[in-house]
Design a binder for this molecule. Sequence first.
Ligand code: PRT
Ligand code: ZN
Length: 284
Amino acid sequence: MLTIAIQKSGRLHDNTITLFKECGLIFDNGGHHRLKMQATNFPLQVLFLRDDDIPECINNGAVDAGIVGENVYKEKNKKLQIAEKLGFAKCRLSISLPKQKSYRTVKDLNNLKIATSYPNILRKYLKNKGVKATIHEINGSVEIAPGIGLAEAIFDIVSTGSTLLSNGLKEVEVVMQSEAVLVHHPKISQKKQQLLEKLLFRIRAVNKATNYKYILLNTPNSAIKKISDILPGMKSPTIIPLAEEEWSSIHSVIREDDFWEKIENLKKAGARGILVIPIEKMIL
Ligand code: PRT
Ligand code: ZN
């Protein structure tokens, strides 16, 4: 059986459970204060841990794999492999200063005291940039450190930036981008590797689907070429004649990212009756 550690509660928990469900996994109900749960339709056991403990649990073989933020994976610096980036819990790790402080280059960080919960990532970054600063390690509420005179700068997770703003801080250096990742021990048995591959196949199908939409539209035949060029689709668009002469229906797949731009261009090219539908799974 494959064992995967996930966050017990917090920002990664709900998305991870949703992802497992979308992969078709059904779990026994371990109760509210559960430590683990087992899939009833896949040889998989899920352990609930604090995210900080997950890399070491994989490293020492207590579990085979886990889902954590890249920030935690990098900070813990264990010999693990990233199997897949999962696309949720996106954030960045940045250095921020009180907003009234002038800042031009990374050298302005020399001799500052920087508070963080990520000392290892910060140390590497500063060394790389040739900056000599003091790292002050604290757990939680890093953003208040400059205000109470504990440090002159902070290195912490930023998402919308509103925490920085409300604490009178400004982001001056983005050190890394992060998202949830599935990591695993570099040496797992062949049987477990196969199970992991099977699970990854499902995860990829689910994640691909959320990045794409299915699109149907009607077009005068004279505009088919123009519209097909806007819609490359997975291979090439499906074109079906309509009952009304000289009109066709085009079916294709478009990326979520450039969705609005594509829709505008399609309308300009003559498309009518555009329907956009979510895709549940996508296997190429
Ligand atoms: O209890 P446990 O140790 O398991 O959880 P935790 O408290 O350590 O972690 P949790 O649940 O807060 O976050 C888990 C992971 O989510 C992190 O390791 C990141 O990979 C990711 N993530 C994504 C975030 C954020 N976005 C985020 N915004 N983690 C924390 N924040 C915090 C940040 O610390 C700061 O205080 O939100 C604030 C900044 O947010 P904005 O939107 O104001 O910029
Ligand atoms: Zn944590």
